[in-house]
Write a protein that binds this ligand. Structure first.
Ligand code: ADP
Ligand code: MG
Ligand code: MG
Length: 932
């Protein structure tokens, strides 16, 4: 224990030396602080320092007048004393000064969200000391002017442009473009100007007292937690107080990457975060400090060039990278500085990467033995896999790129050019797709990233702000496209002789760095072998099976490619809606009697049979669950208003047709009178009859629509109720299903149809349909002379069905929870009305945490499901139970489904990969699952 901890044992400890802080306690020390402690303690060369805890921040933010906790500055004093002892330097001591960096860092990394102050401790008195100590006047003045600007910006709230303007003016006056060409004399002049800027902007002189500097900085870091940027970021990424609350402050001895050519600063990833490849990855700048690499002010060099420039340092860097990965067992994103040939690590954190690279690194780290397969599965957020299903630029496109930059974040996108983040937001709100084009991006551009489809910068490298943020959001980014000359003020970008304006369309490809004029076609993505392998591991671990909802061949093919283990829901009404079937369906509905209806059904059956055969074959030998007709049949007819209007129009047309006929008759008379030689062609003969029969048909439809009218169709004549009132409809569908199965069998396909009845409330309803099924089944076995296997089951989507699950399980071999309807009936909300009228307000005010139609309401609907599973399995222990509502593809809902022992979840095809991974994670973490 240090002196601090002992002295303040009675009061709260707000500060922790890197040597003692608990590297696991990110909530208290922030991610950066905890890792600085951890690295220090495992022997990595970290400049000494200490952490001020998030607790101190929260206390500060709670005080009315924003005061630092009373004991804090005392503890800071003690820590600095220790630092002085450890380094043999003095804070504010002109002869041998200790300079500090003040860095923020909360529990979750929020890149570029809060500002860092470097070189703290410089003032007029200590500056000569620095010059003497380093023998490098230029370096000292450079450090000084950086400090004034950073401190001015962060602690005193002065805008960067106030400093940038005079700075650029001097460069211009001297005809200098590179900062490295500025002399000591010029830096001195700049420092003086900067001090004036501070005086005129704040009305006070720049603080000379080093402890005052420190105290103001700590406050500023605390305050930044409530800054707009930070709040926006937390909102966008749904970071709750639970996950990160307040920021810690890290106070650390400065090391200098800008003291000469044996110095450098750089950032690296232990693997390539764009592709996942296991290679050294990163960028550095010789003779530079701090943010120079990330800010994109100078374009940094790729790390492998360090092999020539500083071969020994490169070796040490490789070994640093290996140590970091071996210790953290995770891809690391690290920052380092080389000071006169000595390598210091300044930061490490878990690397943010896109889905491609997350999948690849999971696979490879597990194959390398760094992590287990289970860990490999757990380190991927299932939702991220959606990125892999994004389209790619059509490789057939012959268009030549107009510019080329660094492939900073893969994916392709097109949109209108905008040159600033605010415009991007406006355009997005107006429904436009935009590409944000900047010279470089800064943290304050964050809202532009949210709004844009992709980001293009003309400066900066693969670890620039733009690249890092775009990657973390999975958005395409091309960085450092130096051929582009961006003029933000004029809102133009020049490429050679071409001038692009705001509103021009471009396409960027973040996978290869190409920039194209106009919009380029895209093609669907390829499902990588790595993902296939990984999801294969997931399937081995998971108990839940993943099925897909699919009604078309396209959807089934996609589902199959994505690894669906069958079709969990095929909605037959979707098949009815196709152009060539709807007239038949309408005939069936309009039928005056059973005979007419049967005639229409006889024409529909072969069509349905064909559809089912296709689905069975593509999924063979996996099960295909077909739901018998569910919606009220008037949904297949136009609505009343529309029909009335059409009839009106037809009646007008009849008048016109009559008029034309009358004209024809009159023409005969006219002709005799002389002048008219050529008669116009008469209106198509029979036109009148055609119109009359059209009117009759529409009137018949109108009558039917009126007859079928229901006050509340959702609770009306639908589902199994239809099957009972029109048994011939269900019979046709059942026959089509079983005939299709029989024919597939004959063709050598092993198929497994499952017939599912919707909207069941009572056992009797189910029995009624079961009898038809058994009858048809017997018919078909006799007709085809084969044994046909199939399953018969019930949707569970009304509350009574849950309560009667034990009885229903006597008749059904499987249950499938239709959680859309079950949610409606449990809440007594109609979905459309709820989502349009009051649900948003409910969510906003936390009356309901989530929209229950998107995230399964585990506490209410879930409870019913649990009971139904329980009672159902009491009757039939091997009862197969699944869920086919929309929520079935959401990782959180999947955890719950795993928890209550469902057999499968069924979701839309594009969510199948997500669900497969989520099911494995649900299994791996099931012990920790709690329902409060
Ligand atoms: P961020 O949260 O934006 O990554 P950091 O706290 O890491 O901010 O600081 C930004 C940069 O400042 C670092 O990348 C590093 O280059 C520089 N820096 C921070 N602390 C020190 C230090 N003690 N010595 C030298 N450079 C430092
Ligand atoms: Mg920063
Ligand atoms: Mg950093």
């Amino acid at each position: 224990m240090t002196a601090t901890a002992t002295a303040t044992a009675k009061t709260t400890a707000y500060t922790y030396s890197f040597k003692e802080g608990d590297g696991k306690n990110k909530k208290l020390l922030g991610g950066k602080g905890a890792n600085l402690c951890e690295m220090t303690q495992i022997g990595i060369n970290v400049p000494p320092g200490f952490v001020i805890s998030t607790e101190a921040c929260l206390n500060y933010l709670e005080t009315k007048n924003q005061e630092l906790p009373a004991e804090l500055m005392d503890q800071v004093h003690d820590q600095i004393k220790t630092l002085e002892q450890d380094t043999g330097k003095g804070f504010g001591d002109a002869d041998n000064m200790l300079l500090l960096s003040v860095r923020s860092g909360s529990a979750l990394s929020m890149p570029g969200m809060m500002d860092t102050i470097l070189n703290l401790g410089l003032n007029k008195a200590t500056l000569p000391g620095l010059i003497k100590q380093t023998g490098n006047e230029r370096f000292a003045w450079d450090s000084y002017r950086r400090f004034i600007q950073l401190f001015g910006k962060v602690a005193l709230g002065i805008g960067d442009e106030e400093f940038d303007k005079p700075f650029n003016a001097i460069k211009k006056r001297e005809g200098i473009t590179e900062d490295t060409d500025l002399s000591a004399e010029l830096f001195r002049e700049i420092s003086d100007i900067f001090l004036d800027v501070v005086r005129s902007e704040t009305g006070k002189a720049f603080p000379e007292d080093v402890y005052q500097q420190l105290q103001l900085s700590v406050k500023a870091v605390f305050q930044s937690w409530l800054g707009k940027r930070a709040i926006d970021y937390r909102r966008e990424f749904k970071i709750t107080a639970d996950m990160a609350n307040g920021t810690a402050v890290n106070i650390q001895t400065m090391v200098f990457g800008n003291m000469g050519d044996d110095c450098a600063t750089g950032v690296g990833f232990t693997r390539n975060p764009g592709t996942g490849e296991n290679v050294m990855f990163g960028e550095f700048l010789i003779n530079a400090q701090g943010e120079d690499v990330v800010a994109g002010i100078r374009t940094p060099k790729p790390v492998h060039e360090l092999t020539n420039e500083m071969p020994q340092m490169y070796k040490e860097l490789v070994s640093l990278r290996d140590r970091l990965e071996n210790h953290y067992k995770e891809v690391q994103d690290y920052e380092y500085t080389i000071e006169n040939g000595v390598l210091f690590c300044l930061q490490t954190r878990d690397g943010k990467m896109n889905a491609t690279s997350r999948v690849r690194t999971s696979l490879e780290m597990s194959n390398e033995g760094l992590i287990t397969r289970n860990q490999a599965l757990l380190r991927i957020n299932p939702e991220e896999l959606e990125q892999l299903l994004h389209p790619l630029l059509d490789p057939e496109s012959k268009q030549a790129p107009i510019a080329h930059g660094l492939p900073a974040s893969p994916g392709a996108s097109s949109g209108y050019i905008v040159f600033d983040a605010d415009r991007a937001e406006l355009a997005r709100d107006a429904g436009e797709k935009v590409i944000l084009v900047r010279e470089e991006t800064k943290p304050e551009d964050i809202h532009g990233f949210f709004a844009a489809e992709g980001v293009l910068t003309s400066r900066g490298g693969k670890t620039s702000h733009a690249a890092v943020v775009a990657r973390s959001m999975g958005k395409p980014c091309v960085a450092g496209a130096e051929g582009i000359d961006v003029d933000v003020e004029k809102h133009t970008a020049k490429i050679g002789d071409t001038v692009l304006h705001e509103g021009d369309v471009i396409t960027i490809d973040g996978a290869n760095g190409n920039v194209y004029l106009g919009e380029i076609d895209t093609v669907p993505p390829k499902f990588s072998d790595e993902l296939r392998t990984l999801l294969g591991w997931a399937d081995e671990v998971a108990t839940l099976k993943i099925m897909s909802n699919a009604d078309t061949m396209d959807a089934a093919a996609k589902a199959s490619d994505y690894g669906a283990m069958g079709i969990g829901l095929c909605r037959t009404e979707r098949m009815f809606n196709a152009q060539d079937r709807l007239p038949l369906v309408i005939d069936m509905i309009l039928a005056k009697d059973k005979v007419e209806r049967q005639a229409a059904l006889d024409r529909l059956r072969p069509i349905q049979r064909g559809d089912f055969k296709d689905l069975f074959k593509i999924m063979s030998p996996r099960p295909v669950t077909i739901r018998l007709l569910d919606p009220p049949i008037h949904e297949f007819l136009p609505n009343e208003k529309q029909l009335e209007q059409e009839i009106e129009h037809l009646k007008c047309l009849r008048d016109t047709v009559n008029g034309v006929n009358d004209l024809m008759n009159t023409m005969q008379l006219l002709k005799r009178q002389a002048d008219v030689k050529e008669l116009p062609k008469p209106f198509a003969p029979g036109g009148r009859e055609l119109v009359d029969s059209a009117i009759a048909k529409k009137q018949q439809m109108l009558l039917k629509v009126r007859e079928l009218f229901e006050v509340n169709p959702m609770l009306g004549h639908r589902g199994v109720r239809l099957g009972i009132t029109y048994p011939e409809i269900y019979e046709m569908q059942i026959r089509a299903i079983l005939e299709a199965a029989a024919e597939c069998n004959k063709d050598g396909f092993d198929v497994c149809p499952e017939i599912m009845v919707p909207q069941v409330c009572t056992g009797k309803e189910l029995l009624w349909v079961r009898e038809i099924v058994d009858q048809v089944h017997a018919d078909i076995e006799a007709q085809y002379k084969i044994k046909l296997k199939f399953k018969f089951g019930s949707m569970i989507e009304v509350v009574r069905a849950c309560m009667r699950a034990g009885r229903l399980a006597e008749i059904a071999e499987f249950f499938s929870f239709g959680t859309n309807d079950l949610t409606q009936s449990t809440f007594s909300f109609s979905r459309e009305d709820a989502e349009n009228k009051f649900l948003p307000l409910y969510e906003e005010n936390n009356i309901l945490q989530d929209n229950p139609f998107e995230t399964l309401d585990v506490k209410g609907v879930g409870r019913l499901m649990e009971i139904a599973v329980d009672w159902g399995r009491k009757t039939k222990p091997d009862l197969k139970v699944g869920i086919c509502g929309e929520q079935g593809g959401h990782p959180e809902s999947i955890r719950f489904c795993n928890h209550i022992g469902l057999t499968y979840v069924s979701c839309s095809a594009p969510r199948v990969p997500i669900a497969r991974l989520a099911a494995a994670q649900a299994k791996l973490t099931e012990k920790d699952y709690t329902l409060e």
